[in-house]
Design a protein. Structure first.
Lengths: 269, 317
């Protein structure tokens, strides 16, 4: 066809089509899906914080609320990541839109990476960053029944905590998406994701702590409110250790993503 | 001579032990409207899916403007607009969003205002201008097919690959699609599969016929009609079975297609030797007293006749 002067041809990037795929994922988050998540996250997170801080006359520390926020994220972020990611590839495979998208000039790698990043970005934006901003704004501004005001955590530490939680979201999304490239059904992928989450949570053994994000995030089941390094880092500004667990979680996220890409590249439609 | 838009060399595809394509060779010239014909299960969609990188070839290769469709799939697909046989879109996107989404998947795309205009233009061209804001999941089958054609055109492709573009369209929709394709003549190459031979004859420059995974004929339609066997139209009244049995035993008869016409039977008798048919066909028909010959004349050769001859369709009494 005759060239259009408003059309600009650009060289193929490393992951051809990724920008367009991510744009498509983002438009979905800006629609009904995003609204539902926004309402659900806000009601649950801010509601629990409100009940636990404003009307809890037993809580007497000036940092209360922010430690609870970390614990709520540890429950909400992995579960939401697994719930959305188990459907990310399977949904388009089931309704036959995957071959339609892949018939465009996009690589299989870009398609899988687009699903992982698109899902992660949505969860991080709505479930972590937005909730963090809301809590950061209102928690120190209210007058608790105890009369002791709540102090804002140091902003730099707050941002680092959000970064660690974003990594948790990425790891669980990548794990679940990669599983659906191997077993193209929602149930098994979600089940494995849940088992990994429970293992990381319930087995904060010294050795496991070095290699999983659980060492930074959680307390034992019988002591759910026990302060752990990430919460202590946020409210007491103690050093964030073990940092190896962050590195290993990043490695796991990249390894799961690579596995998903490798398997999906061999599939036929 | 310009490089062909699509070249397929010695293409093989098997699923397990089932071989679907056996050494398919095909050349689609630039700017042609090329019909890809064949019975169900012949391998048309499989061939197209290999070109689109959705299936891996078991052997051979497909070149899109000289670019290997498997090894350099993204580069090849950047010049193709494709309509799959079973068209589905993200049900949560509106028609306008579907077209915008597809436009952004191509490496070069228009600025926002130009893209908006192009989307309007295409929605209008396929008769969906008043449904721009309707979600794809709420469209009827025909509307989905129209949207499928629009999304295939959104990137102004050099090669348009359409798998059954007129399927699920009503007569008006079919007419509109053919007019649209005809309007693209000389501006882009169109490679499309269909079962509707009248459509092929109306708009195509050339065709290829695929049967049981092999290309059994290809070339300009005129040449195909010239090389095909001739046919005779016969209308009979009465018990036609004995005549039919005698007829199909004749060595110069290649096939008899029979259709009911009221109480009578209308036959299209295809012959390999026109001289023999002129000499023997009518005497053979009138020699049987169980039936009367109501109509008898040479048929105007159509693509359907050529197609049926070539794929070896035989007598259906």
């Amino acid at each position: 066809m005759s060239p259009d002067p408003s059309t600009v041809r650009r060289p193929f990037p490393v992951l051809p089509g990724l920008a367009g795929l991510l744009r498509g994922e983002m438009t979905r988050w800006l629609g009904r899906r995003g609204l539902i998540h926004l309402i659900a996250w806000t009601v649950v997170i801010q509601g629990v914080l409100y009940i636990d801080t404003v009307h809890n006359s037993d809580a007497a520390a000036d940092w209360r609320g922010f430690d609870l926020l970390v614990h709520l994220w540890w429950i909400g972020v992995p579960l939401t990541s697994i719930a959305i990611a188990q459907n990310a590839l399977v949904e388009e495979r089931a309704d036959d839109t995957a071959p339609w998208v892949l018939s465009k000039p996009v690589s299989r790698s870009a398609y899988v990476v687009g699903k992982i990043l698109g899902t992660t970005i949505g969860i991080v934006a709505i479930g972590i960053v937005l909730q963090a901003a809301i809590a950061y704004a209102w928690l120190p501004a209210v007058e608790p029944e105890t009369g002791l005001p709540i102090a804002r955590p140091e902003l730099g530490h707050y941002v680092v905590v959000l970064g660690v939680l974003a990594l948790v979201a990425l790891m669980f999304v990548a794990l679940t998406v990669s599983l659906t490239t191997i077993v193209p059904w929602r149930g098994p992928a979600a089940a494995v994701g849940l088992v990994v989450w429970i293992l990381v949570w319930t087995a904060p053994h010294e050795r496991i702590e070095q290699f999983t994000i659980g060492g930074l995030l959680v307390g034992e089941l019988d002591q759910p409110r026990r302060m752990k390094p990430l919460a202590e880092y946020l409210v007491f500004e103690t050093p964030l250790e073990p940092t190896s667990s962050i590195v290993w979680t990043l490695i796991a996220a990249l390894a799961f993503s690579a596995l998903g890409v490798l398997v999906y590249r061999r599939q036929q439609f | 001579m310009p490089e062909p838009a699509l070249e397929i060399h010695d293409l093989h595809k098997h699923f397990g032990r089932t071989e679907v394509l056996h050494s398919v060779d095909l050349v689609v010239p630039v700017d042609s409207i090329f019909g890809f014909l064949g019975p169900n299960g012949a391998g048309k969609s499989t061939t197209m899916k290999i070109v689109m990188g959705l299936l891996r070839p078991s052997g051979g290769r497909a070149l899109v403007f000289g670019e290997d469709a498997h090894r350099h799939g993204v580069a090849a697909r950047s010049r193709i607009g494709y309509l799959p046989q079973h068209t589905t879109f993200h049900p949560y996107r509106t028609c306008r969003q579907v077209l915008t989404y597809v436009a952004h998947l191509y490496p070069g795309h228009r600025d926002r205002a130009a893209l908006h205009d192009r989307v309007d233009e295409l929605l209008d061209a396929v008769g969906l201008a008043d449904k721009a804001g309707r979600r794809a999941g709420k469209l009827s089958g025909g509307e989905t097919q129209r949207l499928g054609i629009a999304q295939a055109l959104i990137s102004d492709p050099d090669l348009l690959i359409l798998d059954e573009p007129a399927a699920s369209l009503d007569p008006q929709g079919r007419h509109d699609v053919l007019t649209l394709l005809d309007g693209l003549r000389g501006r882009t190459t169109i490679f499309y599969s269909t079962h509707i031979l009248d459509d092929v004859e109306r708009v195509s420059d050339a065709v290829a016929i695929l049967a049981e995974g092999r290309v059994v004929a290809q070339g300009p339609i005129r040449e195909l009609l010239a090389t095909s066997t001739s046919a005779w139209t016969v209308r009979l009244n009465g018990d036609v079975e004995p005549t039919h049995r005698r007829l199909v035993d004749e060595p110069w008869v290649t096939g008899v297609v029979s259709r009911p016409r009221g109480d009578q039977r209308l036959w299209s008798v295809r012959v390999s030797d026109d001289a023999a048919a002129r000499e023997h066909l009518l005497p053979l028909l009138v020699s049987d007293e169980a039936c009367d010959v109501v109509e008898f004349h040479p048929s105007e050769r159509t693509l359907e006749d050529a197609y049926l001859d070539i794929v070896g369709a035989n007598h259906v009494a």
